[in-house]
Design a protein around this ligand. Structure first.
Ligand SMILES: [Zn+2]
Length: 198
C-alpha cells in the first residue's frame, strides 16, 4: 500500500457508478483488485460511497467538489438536490450566479480533449485566488464534456467577480492549456430576483 499519487486513478465517476451498481462484473472486479493495492483510490471509493449514500447532505453541507456524470446528476436530482447548470463552450463571457435555494452548481465543460488522457481543472477569481482545483481527471477517448460540480454553499461565499476556468493537460514535463473560460459571476442572489438563465 502506498500513500502517493495513483498513476492510473479509477476516477470518482467510476467509483460512484460502482456503488450505484451501474458497472459490469468485470469492471467491478477491476476496481476491487485496484483498491486492494492502492490507498488513494481506496479513499476515493470510500468517499464515493459516502456520496452515494448521502449525496444530498454532502452537497448541502458545501463539501462537494467533484467531477460527476449525468448518471450522478440524475440520481442527485431524484434525491431532491437542486442543481443549476452552466455550459462552458467556445469563447465569450458566460453570465452566472448562485441562487439562495441552489444545492449544487455544475459547470458542463465542453472542449476538444483529443489526445489527452487526463486533465486538471482550476477555477480562479480574477484576483488569481483559487476557488477549486480538481487534478488528474481521467478522460475517455471520444469524451467531449466534463461535468465539474461545486457546492452552492461554497459558491455563495464568493462575491461578484470575474471567474476563470482553465483546463490543462500534462504533456511530458510541460502543461498545455486545453481550454479556458471566463464567467461573470453575479454573486449569491435571492430567489425573488428574476433569473435570466434558469
Ligand atoms: Zn489507484
Amino acid at each position: 500500500m502506498s500513500d502517493t499519487r495513483c498513476p492510473a486513478p479509477i476516477g470518482f465517476a467510476d467509483c460512484i457508478d460502482y456503488w450505484a451498481g451501474d458497472l459490469t462484473r468485470v469492471e467491478e472486479d477491476r476496481i476491487e483488485d485496484h483498491v486492494f493495492a492502492c490507498s488513494p483510490c481506496a479513499r476515493e471509493l470510500a468517499d464515493a460511497e459516502a456520496l452515494a449514500r448521502g449525496v444530498a447532505r454532502v452537497a448541502r453541507e458545501g463539501r462537494l467538489h467533484s467531477v460527476v456524470s449525468d448518471a450522478i446528476l440524475n440520481r442527485l436530482s431524484a434525491d431532491g438536490v437542486r442543481i443549476r447548470t452552466y455550459t462552458l463552450e467556445g469563447t465569450g463571457v458566460i453570465p452566472c450566479a448562485v441562487w439562495a435555494d441552489d444545492d449544487l452548481v455544475v459547470a458542463r465543460i465542453r472542449a476538444d480533449f483529443a489526445g489527452v488522457d487526463s486533465v486538471t481543472i482550476v477555477t480562479r477569481r480574477a484576483s488569481g485566488e483559487e476557488i477549486s482545483r480538481i487534478s488528474d481527471i481521467a478522460v475517455r477517448p471520444g469524451q467531449r464534456e466534463i461535468l465539474n460540480a461545486l457546492s452552492a454553499a461554497h459558491l455563495r461565499k464568493l462575491p461578484a467577480t470575474l471567474v476563470r476556468v482553465t483546463v490543462t493537460a500534462q504533456l511530458g514535463a510541460g502543461e498545455r492549456t486545453i481550454a479556458e473560460y471566463a464567467l461573470e459571476h453575479a454573486g449569491a442572489l435571492d430567489r425573488t430576483k428574476p433569473s435570466a438563465h434558469a
